[in-house]
Design a protein around this ligand. Structure first.
Ligand code: PLP
Length: 463
């Protein structure tokens, strides 16, 4: 804990020099400065302790301070501090083989540093693959409204959230957007599965109308995370996968958030039987956030096209730090721990049992829907259940503020157009103890109890 003068000087330096991600500039607003972390908790420089209910930026899956991971990084740095993947090194070889095994098929993996870069590599690979497979006209990509796929211009062009793009458009040509399987706000049908299937058919129609000979890929998360935790019915992904196959369009699965156990399966697409993505992109949970790493895993039959002779037939893409030996060593240790501690099954079970108590919040008049899979929860807040008008900033802010006051950090997103940033996000570390998870549930619920608008839960809790 810092003394007051030290703290004041730190805050001034922060305000004068550090440009924070996503921040509106507000004069003299003290920012939260973290100092240390242990498990799912961190402590700020004022000595306040918080449970990180969003795992940093949905990445700190094993929590803070895992000595084995720290040792793996340090040992690797001692042994070989850096080596480029224009050649090769052992951690990258072993990690690529492990990723293939986890995906349950034959994949080749290209390493980068982040989720955005993993998606950029996927787009370039898809375009080049079609070109070298005799279909040079296939260059377009389809993604869904509300999706977030990253911050670089290609990944941002796949991102279909007006708010995020407004100041940076026009994006990269060739990116098209279609409605998501968002049955809560669907125009199509009352029945969730039917409305999701219509959303899938719209992809089919878009490919047909654009001309299948011009479409390279469809990119999607198995569950939209950054656009408000949107969970499609199982039939949706199966149908999208069939549509992609029918049109020779690559299915690119963005598992940056959902990979490595977050949803109660090793990868989110594994919730749907019979789906085999052509390309799988990963980051975040790949290293549990201990070091940066992105990965683009590509089915071997696609890679075959990059083996052909000719000056331009290899993948002309390089990232200085992509697949850094220390990051790969950390990823290998991270995966070893996830497997050893059986975390994927644990997330599946505790996501339903302990965190499942959050679903009771549906009784609250400002809760339109509680959507979840594994340790990924979204609570869509509305002013009114009938009109589904998104809840005000004030109402949403009061829940987040109350949780923070009581030692829990939760997030919000949706972030599509003004007024629709109305989904509360809860995604604690996968290794959270049962006590931690109880704390999350109780703190969120009591924040709702404190709302004036609160109705039914209070009655039941007093019984
Ligand atoms: N894809 C998804 C689904 C994401 O949520 C994110 C980041 O939040 C990204 C890609 C981009 O990852 P990064 O921030 O590591 O570039």
């Amino acid at each position: 804990m810092k003394v007051k003068e030290e703290m004041d000087s730190l805050v001034k330096k922060d305000t004068d020099h550090l440009w924070h991600a996503m921040h509106r500039h507000v004069e003299n607003q003290p920012t939260m400065v973290a100092e240390s972390g242990e498990g799912s908790w961190f402590t700020d420089v004022n000595g306040n302790r918080y449970l990180d209910g969003v795992s940093g930026l949905w990445c700190l899956n094993l929590g803070h301070g895992r000595q084995e991971i720290i040792d793996a990084a340090s040992e690797q740095m001692k042994q070989l501090s850096y080596f480029p993947l224009t050649l090769s090194h052992m951690p990258a070889i072993n990690l690529s083989a492990k990723i293939s095994q986890l995906l349950g098929g034959s994949y080749k993996t290209f390493f980068s540093n982040s989720g955005s870069e993993a998606n950029e590599a996927a787009f370039k690979i898809a375009r080049q693959y079609h070109d070298q497979n005799g279909n040079p006209g296939k260059y377009k990509f389809i993604s869904r409204y509300r999706a977030y796929h990253g911050t670089t211009l290609g990944a941002l062009s796949a991102t279909a959230q007006a708010n995020r793009r407004m100041k940076y458009d026009p994006g990269v040509p060739g990116f098209l957007h279609t409605p998501p399987p968002y049955s809560y706000r669907s125009l199509f049908d009352e029945d969730a599965e039917k409305s999701d299937l219509i959303a899938a058919e719209m992809i089919d129609q878009m490919i047909t109308w654009e001309g299948a000979e011009s479409v390279a890929g469809v990119i999607m998360e198995p569950f939209i995370s950054g656009g408000g935790v949107i969970i499609p019915s199982k039939a949706y992904l199966k149908r999208v996968s069939e549509i992609c196959k029918k049109h020779d369009v690559l299915l690119i699965m963005d598992e940056v958030v959902s990979g490595f156990g977050r949803t109660g399966k090793m990868f989110g697409f594994m919730h749907t039987e019979g789906v085999e993505p052509d390309i799988v992109t990963m980051a975040k949970g790949l290293t549990s956030g201990y070091l940066p790493l992105g990965a683009t895993a590509v089915k071997s039959d696609i890679y075959e096209k990059f083996k052909e002779a000719g000056d331009h037939n290899h993948f002309r893409h390089v990232s200085t730090y992509g697949g850094h030996p220390a990051s790969c060593a950390v990823a290998l240790k991270n995966i070893e721990i996830i497997e050893r501690e059986n975390l994927v099954n644990r997330v599946d079970e505790l996501g339903e049992t302990i965190l499942g108590q959050l679903k009771e919040l549906i009784e609250h008049e400002n809760v339109g829907e509680v959507r979840s899979v594994g340790f990924l929860y979204g609570i869509e807040m509305v002013e009114d259940k009938q009109t589904k008008k998104p809840a005000s900033d004030q109402l949403i802010g009061s829940i987040i503020g109350k949780c923070k006051e009581n030692g829990l950090i939760i997030g919000r997103n949706g972030d599509t157009v003004p007024g629709y940033n109305n989904v509360l996000i809860i995604a604690p570390p996968l290794s959270s103890t049962e006590d931690d998870l109880e704390f999350v549930v109780n703190t969120v619920k009591s924040a709702f109890y404190d709302l004036k608008a609160y109705v039914k839960i209070e009655k039941t809790s007093k019984n």
